[in-house]
Design a protein. Sequence first.
Length: 444
Amino acid sequence: MIQMLRFSDPGFEEAFRAIVERGETAQAGVEETVRDIVADVRRRGDQALCEYTARFDRLSLDEKSLQVSEAEIDEAMAAVSPRSLAALELATERIANYHRKQKTETWISTDEEDVLLGQMVRPIDRVGIYVPGGKASYPSSVLMNAVPAKVAGVPEVVMVVPMPGGEVNPHVLAAARLAGVDKIFKVGGAQAVAALAYGTATVPRVDKITGPGNIYVATAKQMVFGQVDIDMIAGPSEILVINDGSGDPAHIAADLLSQAEHDELASSILITTDEAFGRKVAGEVEAQLKTLSRETIARSSIESYGAVIVAEDLDEVIAFSNRIAPEHLELAVAAPFEILPKIRHAGAIFMGHHTPEAAGDYLAGPNHTLPTGGTARFFSPLGVDDFVKKSSIVSFSRQGLERLGEDIVHIAELEGLEAHARSVSIRLQEPGARSQKPGGKNVS
């Protein structure tokens, strides 16, 4: 049964801490194992990659069979029903349309006549995306990672997906083709992350790795950060539902369970100002649990990390939400837009009683790769900006350097960097040089 709590309960802080720190507890003992795997793949390349795949995924591969062939993708496409393909195509289109609005362009500022400043925006050369393939298969994760990369202009997207026993959900491969993935490899786990980060004879080295995975994958991504960029340190999934006593308890219960069925470490919390409503939701959670094919996973999640919290008023609710900074936040209240301005930290916000979190998971348009574990305080959802890099552009004319140079020299001398100062002052001392506009064009 899901636990009922109040902020005033003597054991509230302890119960709350057990929920928010669940990912940290699970990581104990994982780092050493992952470190050994990453080092081994870095040293032995394809040989180590194939050995770990045989051990963990019961799949015997060699260098020639690591990559998914075009024929295998064609076979998967043929296995997908027209109804499923149409839904994936719709999701692809909506995700692409949303992310196109995020694109930023190179810009040049001419606010000053003698100094030109700007920013050059370029896509990352090669991106690796990790797609889970263990307890469930997620074609939506393919779309949410590959589509923004392609919208950003990334020339090559490399996907890794574990195929336990050689099996893969055909919808995952179909989604990869629809999203424009360039290469797919039949590997997963920490070993796949290592292969992407350092490269092997078969798997190309990438510049950034994105996508969700289990604790071993998340730990491996953290270890290779710096060698490559990563999207974020993702932890177990979570949902927080804010409620004022309005709506249908069955709907709220279904939303809580939509996260609980992910895995045993997922967290599902309702915080409401109406205790009677909260108890109805708790009853619905128990009733709906019994109907789920993944009941064992969802029940473990609900009983360990789920809660219905009763608050005095919405101000108390909002303060608590901002403290948690949840991955998914549902404003299941009568007037969601009235309290939206008070929300400071959340990965994605779902407004009103007709916007379940699952809509965002699949095809609303915004990305479902979201910050977890309170990191919405400083992380944002995955987006086009994650797949580009930016370079500053600076161009001074002689007039511009003469106008600003003495201050540059002064600051350099304040820092005791004599050569920095001289690199400017030596130019200021040149007699009779012609003035130039930014970009090297001479003017009289």
